[in-house]
Design a protein around this ligand. Structure first.
Ligand code: PLP
Length: 427
């Protein structure tokens, strides 16, 4: 099982067989409130009728079409819809099947872009400590979560990392973006001084570091990164696999922060998790660097058999319709203050060290047990599932929650109550 202690799981499984809207159901029919949108993906809620119908209709009409040298209309339609949601001239899309593939695709596009525009010395890729960009070799190389890297050899050469932006002393119990930390972007100046800009291809960061425990960008941090990248001709990539499609109240967090990166990677919410899909949005100058002649020669030697899979495209079109019709991104902006107030009430619970909220995300850090980091959170996750009927994510001794964007106000209260009761039990 991915990222799972197999024996502990099999000793006490958490099995799911059905889902609808805000809930999963166990094989016994017990409801489980989904406080994590599955795995940060079911932003429209589960098994929404229009998405189910679109997938069924597509499966009946055309199951698969090869994306190399052939195309199908929904691939172009969905790309145009995604590009229309993105800010600035991020108006071309390359489709794949996951966030990991999207990360590796963006890094490869960055290298190839510089190579084809006469800057072949720009090969260095820069990530950030505590970053997560999936599990491909590119993603773990620029990623900054040690257990995801340490057993997997020497990874890609020519990588460096910015410092992470979290400082509990200066940021604890912030609502939204913490005031402290923009200056952490200046570390990019130091990396430029060390390596020289002529060797650096791209910087990749998550606008909110998700997997490490939901760390929002400090006020002004992403703008500062953009300025430094512009100054030195470095491409800026936002990994929006989690933050895309409404999680922070906008189609992309880039809009929330008023920053246009050169590429955005996305996945998860693009289909509300119903069919695997990921992709990379690129700005016009990047597209133009590859697609410049009418000759029948391949523009980019990269792609996946299942890029733009018809079922994924159909699911995505229906999902994007739902987001628009139900105003789900705007809804997150409206409920963010209510959510933040409700979630921060957990501050009074035992052992709580920090609480962070941004958009429709909440994270609570608590004290670790003496027998090791993550054990108390694992016990809490088990108790939440078996005793409270709720699904959460853990990261070390942090509970991270990110419910579907259709969560009601009473369900927000339910999430906080369940977390509170379990925090009482695990201390
Ligand atoms: C920011 C970010 N990038 C990439 C990924 C990888 O996505 P996937 O698991 O679809 O490969 C994730 C997954 O959680 C993510 O949070």
């Amino acid at each position: 099982m991915p990222f799972t202690p197999n024996r502990a799981f099999k000793a006490r499984p958490r099995l799911l067989t059905r889902s609808k809207d805000m809930h999963y159901y166990t094989p016994e029919g017990r409801p489980v409130l989904d406080a994590t949108a599955g795995l940060w993906c079911a932003n429209a809620g589960h098994n929404r009728d229009p998405i189910v119908a679109a997938i069924q209709a597509q499966a009946a009409e055309m199951d698969f079409a090869p994306p190399f040298q052939y195309g199908h209309p929904k691939a172009f339609a969905v790309s145009a819809r995604i590009a229309a949601l993105a800010p600035g001239d991020l108006d071309h899309v390359f489709l794949c099947n996951s966030g990991s593939e999207a990360g590796d695709t963006a890094l490869k596009i960055a290298l190839a872009y510089h190579a084809t525009t006469g800057n072949a010395t720009r090969t260095r890729l820069i990530g950030r400590e505590r970053g997560y960009h999936g599990v491909g070799f590119g993603g773990i190389s620029v990623g900054g979560i040690s257990p995801n890297r340490k057993l997997f050899g020497s990874l890609l050469p020519g990588i460096d990392h910015l410092p992470h932006t979290y400082n509990r002393e200066k940021q604890a119990f912030s609502k939204g973006e913490p005031e402290w930390g923009a200056e952490r972007a200046d570390a990019l100046e130091s990396l430029v001084a060390l390596h020289d800009a002529s060797t650096i291809a791209a910087v990749i960061v998550e606008p909110m570091a998700g997997s490490t425990g939901a760390i929002p960008a400090p006020v002004g941090y992403l703008k500062r990164l953009r300025e430094i990248c512009d100054k030195y001709g470095i491409l800026l990539i936002f990994d929006e696999v989690i933050t895309g499609f409404g999680r922070l109240g906008y189609a992309f967090a880039a809009e929330r922060y008023g920053v246009v990166p050169d590429m955005i990677t996305f996945a998860k919410g693009v289909t509300s998790g119903a069919v695997p899909m990921g992709g990379v949005l690129v700005r016009k100058h990047i597209y133009d660097a590859f697609v410049k002649s009418d000759d029948p020669v391949i523009d980019l030697f990269h792609g996946y058999t299942y890029s733009a899979h018809p079922l994924a495209c159909a699911a995505s079109l229906a999902t994007l319709d739902l987001y628009r019709e139900e105003g789900l991104f705007e809804r997150v902006r409206e409920i963010e203050p209510i959510w933040a107030d409700a979630f921060h009430a957990l501050r009074s619970k035992p052992g709580v060290l920090d609480i962070r909220t941004v958009g429709l995300v909440g994270a609570v850090d608590f004290e670790s047990r003496s027998d090791g980091v993550g054990r108390r959170a694992y016990e809490g996750m088990e108790r939440l599932f078996h005793e409270e009927g709720m699904m959460v994510r853990t990261a070390g001794d942090t509970f991270a929650v990110s419910p579907p964007l259709i969560v009601s106000e009473s369900q927000m209260g339910e999430i906080v109550d369940k977390l509170g009761r379990v925090l009482d039990k695990i201390f």
